[in-house]
Design a protein. Structure first.
Ligand SMILES: [Zn+2]
Length: 272
């Protein structure tokens, strides 16, 4: 009996050591296990949209109609009617183009609409300590899901992206996903995901893009944060960092279409 127990103990010890080893090697994966989304059944976001409580702040008109942002980042800008607009977040042109093209890759005119799916990715950014403004610098495409749901499936990929983002001296400041052709809002599942991000960093943001809202007057996306106590969401007033005239966005994306589809943008006559 005693021998059996000590044998079991030694097995336990070996297992313990192995576990410790794994933790050492893959600490990141362990940390970000927290973020792991539970296996969920396919959720109908549209029906949850109807049941969700609409926060008051949702009516705020944000900056999507403002076409060009100056390079200089200002915490406050004057709107056309003279009121001060406080912007707490800026997003780079690069991040916008990446998230829009990723969304279009899985929901474009070459794909039957019933096969369009959502995409998901991570937002990489930095905070300007002087004014506390978040700058979303880049977007890291992670994966795609179903017509109404996308999640990061493999958390080793999350850890890989984490390291890549850290190398760029940025950090994961939120996530982005697409709602191909059904508008920008936060579903209950989205609030659940956002809650996880905000628990890791309380100022994390959620970007939701519907590429079919990009029409020359809208950038097609909203940036949200959740109120964790009321489980509601509200849009943030964002600015575009750099000089992007959103009137040009449809044309730029149209030009990028072959790239999105993995083809050359154009061929020389000699190449034909
Ligand atoms: Zn969603």
């Amino acid at each position: 009996m005693g021998e059996k127990n000590s044998h079991i103990d030694s097995i336990k010890e070996t297992i313990k050591l192995k576990i410790k080893d794994i933790i050492k090697k893959e600490l990141l994966e362990e940390i970000f296990e927290e973020l792991k989304l539970e296996e969920k059944e396919l959720v109908n976001e549209i029906s949850s949209m109807i049941s969700k409580k609409t926060p008051e702040k949702q009516t705020i008109k944000h900056s999507t109609t403002t076409t060009t942002k100056s390079q200089t980042i200002k915490a406050e800008e004057k709107s056309t009617n003279g009121d001060k607009i406080e912007r707490e977040v800026y997003i780079s042109v690069k991040a916008i183009l990446k998230v829009a093209s990723h969304a279009l890759k899985y929901a474009n005119s070459k794909i039957p609409k019933q096969n369009w799916v959502e995409v998901i990715g991570l937002l990489a950014g930095k905070v300007d300590n002087k004014n506390d403004i978040l700058h979303i610098e880049d977007y890291y495409p992670m994966g795609h899901g179903t017509a109404v749901y996308a999640e990061i499936k493999d958390y080793r990929n999350y850890a890989r992206a984490f390291r890549d983002i850290k190398k760029q001296k940025l950090f994961i400041c939120g996530w982005a996903h697409s709602h191909p052709s059904y508008g920008c809002f936060m579903s209950n599942e989205d609030i659940g995901t956002q809650t996880r991000y905000q628990k890791l960093w309380n100022k994390s943001v959620a970007l939701v893009i519907d590429p079919y809202l990009i029409d020359g007057t809208s950038a097609g996306f909203e940036i949200y944060r959740a109120d964790l106590t009321t489980k509601t969401w509200y849009p943030l007033v964002y600015g575009i960092q750099g000089s992007l005239d959103i009137r040009m966005l449809p044309e730029i994306l149209n030009f990028m279409n072959p790239i999105i589809e993995g083809k050359a943008v154009y061929l020389e006559y000699d190449e034909n």
